[in-house]
Design a protein around this ligand. Structure first.
Ligand SMILES: [Fe+2]
Ligand SMILES: [Fe+2]
Length: 221
């Protein structure tokens, strides 16, 4: 069990954690949350594929959601460069690999049982929409009932309004530095804030690019 108290805020600087090996040579994982110590765990993980490594063919029980952070991730269906967002729904399967190496943010077994949409978005090619305040741009990636996933780009010195997270909020800082009244969250920080938590986020001179999920922690005990 790792970070399974969903009433607590969790902040992890993923680059300071030690990766662990996986069943496949050349594939390592940095664990952010996991409900059990097995290959069948519900988990959120940074996965690194070394050059010319592969992972065994597997079926996605309750779905696999991932964002390519660095390098190019591949499977028998295609090549996915850094910035690609992928959702492989329940019962899909593939044999992933990486020719030149890659790093991924991966969430396993967390799909709503009715959410069976396959999604592949190369965020490098998608338009940004205006955010709720000046200095903020949003790229919606997926919405399903209460759950929503997006990239949010913050200009330098941008302030967002004080708000509450119905169903929680999960953030991975992709670039720059994200702040709120509780702390400073540099690149590669993972933040999970509980249902009904509140904050007032902002950026300073370097701005930020963040991956954000909201609403998905509503039914987590
Ligand atoms: Fe997979
Ligand atoms: Fe928030």
């Amino acid at each position: 069990m790792l970070n399974q108290n969903f009433h607590e805020k969790v902040v992890l600087k993923s680059s300071q954690l030690t990766p662990v090996s996986s069943p496949c040579d050349g594939v390592e994982r940095t664990l952010l949350e996991r409900n059990e110590n097995s290959e069948y765990a519900i988990s959120t993980t940074i996965v690194e594929f070394k050059p010319n490594s592969f992972f065994n063919e597997h079926v996605h029980d309750s779905g696999e959601e991932l964002l390519v952070l660095e390098g190019t991730f591949s499977d028998e269906f295609g090549d996915y460069p850094a910035g690609t967002y992928i959702r492989n729904p329940h019962n899909t399967k593939h044999s992933p690999f990486s020719k030149n190496g890659c790093r991924l943010l991966v969430k396993l077994r967390q799909f709503d049982p009715m959410d069976n949409k396959q999604v592949i978005i190369n965020t490098n090619n998608e338009p940004w929409l205006p955010g709720l305040v000046q200095g903020l741009k949003v790229m919606p990636l997926h919405n399903y009932e209460y759950e929503s996933t997006a990239l949010v780009k913050w200009d330098s010195n941008t302030e967002f309004s004080f708000h509450q997270h119905h169903g929680g909020e999960e953030i991975f800082v992709l670039k720059g530095t994200f702040y709120d009244e509780f702390g400073k969250y540099p690149e590669q920080t993972w933040i999970r804030s509980p249902h009904m938590s509140k904050h007032k986020p902002f950026t300073l001179s370097d701005g930020a690019l963040i991956f954000v999920k909201t609403g998905h922690l509503l039914n987590k005990k």
